[in-house]
Design a protein around this ligand. Structure first.
Ligand SMILES: Cc1ncc(COP(=O)(O)O)c(C=O)c1O
Length: 386
């Protein structure tokens, strides 16, 4: 058995979900919306299953989806991408990340990672033979510093794996941070694999700034997006990869031998969805923002120290003011004693973990959020009565 995978513990996401199932807790741990997703996009997928092509689609993705992707990112992010040579469709962002790591790393290469980070990153980097070098981000800003980057980058750095907007912190890196990282990538001749799956889920009028458009990065960035996040259909697993032809040629070879293709009917529906009018995207953001505000207001009324959330489906709470110093223990008590499942943010760190932040998913119906708040209120009342 490969020790990288056999040594992995059951993830805290699974532990918390299991506890939530056993106790009948309101599950604000897992990051998926209660809402079923846009009906017209789902209908397109259904039509494509019934009347469209259901055999192997082209390895790089349906031409109509690659055309739609180019048009979409021109419209939303000002990118000029050639659909024929710079866009590929994968089975989710996760396949795109795994494939990019396999394609770009030679065993012994160093990979710069920013923690807290998505849980798949470290095992995938290690399995590709990469040596992780961590930059630890700390609250409240979770930003970059020149000193931290200088410590992580070295002569063996080949790849940087960078997530923006950042899950789990619900923060967005500033343009100054992006340019600082770009300078390091250029200086060290490193490729940036940019996991931008949350690019459309940004709030308060913000617009996502893609790393690929920053100075010096056009030829050294792999931009990864996910239809699952763009259309609130997290189970669809349709990933979009964008990179200059020199990189795309090798990324395509990895994809060719991992999944080769992605269901054509879902691709057809995503092609349709990417062309939806601006109002769809604005309404989607506004709806999530309203849920964020509802849940944040409820938590604040219960005296929780709520950290700012400017993107993603998540809202974080600082539990240090409650006298708590172990987020895992806190979350276990929260789910078993109070019936609310959340995720301890220390689970997203490989080393140097911050242990006083807890992540809640607010992409839920009002009734679900209100039920969680009611339970937190009872918890507070019980604590006060003690
Ligand atoms: C940062 C990040 N990257 C990748 C993914 C996975 O994307 P996909 O479902 O398209 O594989 C997620 C899902 O939550 C995520 O938060």
């Amino acid at each position: 058995m490969n020790p990288i995978f056999s040594a992995l513990q059951t993830s805290v996401f699974e532990v918390m979900s299991q506890l939530a199932r056993e106790t009948g807790a309101v599950n604000l741990g897992q990051g998926f919306p209660d809402d079923p997703g846009p009906e017209d996009v789902r209908r397109k997928a259904a039509e494509a299953v019934m009347t469209g092509w259901n055999q192997y689609p082209p390895m790089m993705g349906l031409p109509e989806l690659r055309e739609a992707t180019a048009a979409h990112y021109k419209r939303w992010q000002g990118l000029d991408l050639d659909p024929a040579s710079e866009i590929m469709v994968t089975s989710g962002a996760t396949e795109a990340i795994a494939g990019a790591l396999m394609a770009l790393i030679t065993p012994g290469d160093e990979v710069v990672l920013f923690e807290p980070m998505y849980d798949a990153y470290v095992p995938l980097v290690r399995r590709a033979g990469g040596i992780p070098k961590f930059v630890t981000l700390t609250p409240p800003a979770f930003g970059l510093t020149e000193a931290a980057l200088a410590q992580a980058f070295g002569p063996k750095t080949r790849v940087v794996l960078f997530n923006n907007p950042l899950n789990p912190t619900a923060t967005i890196f500033s343009e100054a941070d992006l340019d600082l990282l770009a300078q390091f990538c250029v200086r060290h001749d490193a490729v940036a694999i940019c996991d931008e799956v949350w690019e459309h889920v940004v709030f308060d009028g913000r617009r996502h700034v893609p790393m690929l458009a920053r100075p010096g990065m056009r030829e050294r960035t792999v931009k990864i997006s996910s239809a699952g996040k763009i259309f609130s259909l997290t189970g669809w697993k349709v990933g979009l990869v964008m990179a200059a032809p020199r990189l795309m040629r090798v990324l395509a070879k990895a994809h060719q031998y991992i999944t080769f293709t992605t269901p054509p009917n879902l691709q057809a529906a995503v092609a349709y969805g990417l062309g939806k009018e601006d109002s769809y995207f604005e309404t989607m953001r506004a709806d999530f923002q309203r849920s964020r505000d509802r849940f944040a207001a409820g938590l604040k009324a219960l005296d929780y120290a709520v950290l700012p959330s400017v993107g993603t489906y998540f809202l974080n709470v600082d539990i240090a003011p409650l006298g708590e110093s172990d987020d895992v223990a806190f979350c276990k008590r929260l789910v078993t004693e109070s019936g609310v499942a959340a995720i301890p943010v220390s689970a997203f760190y490989a080393e140097g973990a911050v242990r006083t932040i807890v992540r809640f998913c607010f992409a839920k119906h009002d009734a679900t959020l209100d039920a969680a708040l009611d339970r937190l209120e009872s918890r507070r009342a019980k604590a006060a009565a003690r």
